[in-house]
Structures are given as C-alpha cells and as structure tokens.
Write a protein that binds this ligand. Sequence first.
Ligand code: HEC
Length: 102
Amino acid sequence: MKLFSTLMAVCVFTTLGSSARAQISPQQIQQLSNSCTQCHANPELGAPLMGDSKHWQRILSKGEDQVILNVVNGLGSMPPMGYCSSCSEEDLRAIVRLMAAQ
Ligand code: HEC
C-alpha cells in the first residue's frame, strides 16, 4: 500500500512537472515579493517595472539566457541574484517570465 501511494505521488509529480514548467510556484512568488519587487515595483529606482511589457520586450530581445545571466551576475545597480540567495537559476527564470508578462 505504501509503495502504491509512493508510486502515485511520483506519477502526479512528474505529470505536474512537465505540464507546469512555464508556471510559477508559490515559493517562487514568495521569492519575487521578498526580493525583486523591492526595486522592480518602484519607479524611482530605474529597474524595469513589473508588467512594463514594452520595456521587458526590449530586455528580452537580448535573449532570455543572457538576461538570466545578468540577473545571476548583477547588472548596473541590479544586485547579483537580485538579493534572492535562495533562488535557483530555474526560480529566476520563472520569476523573470512572470515579471515580464504581467
Ligand atoms: C536593489 C534593487 C533590485 C533588486 C532587489 C532586484 N533588481 Fe533587478 N534590476 C534592478 C535595476 C536597477 C535594473 C536595471 C539595470 C540596468 O539596466 O542597468 C534591474 C534589471 C533587471 C533585469 C534586466 C536585466 C537585463 O538584462 O537588462 C532583470 C531580468 C531583473 N532585474 C530581474 C530581477 C529579479 C528576478 C530580481 C529578484 C530575484 C531582481 N531583479 C531584484 C534592481 C533590482
């Protein structure tokens, strides 16, 4: 019985994992609101604002991988990892997609 439920859990997890790849997890939303919005929701700091899709289009035209690299290493007054020490590269990618899309 235990084995069965473990298998079920693995199944559900894999299905979710593959279909929900482009979506954002509650933990990533937490990371976004704890770190990134400090600057990316404040028009006075010069950071591209959440949902400013024109600005984000220009940024993403460099290619998403380059943009993620800039987040990891920092860029101008954007701090390395955007102050999110618990963010993985995958978390940052999901967060950037959300910031650019809203
Ligand atoms: C201390 C303020 C600050 C925090 C915190 C911050 N950013 Fe930024 N971010 C900036 C500023 C300022 C820029 C503009 C940098 C430039 O173009 O010189 C920027 C630019 C960016 C860019 C565009 C990079 C590019 O290639 O042009 C991305 C993507 C980004 N931030 C993502 C994030 C994410 C994700 C987080 C949270 C994990 C975050 N930022 C947290 C200030 C911040």
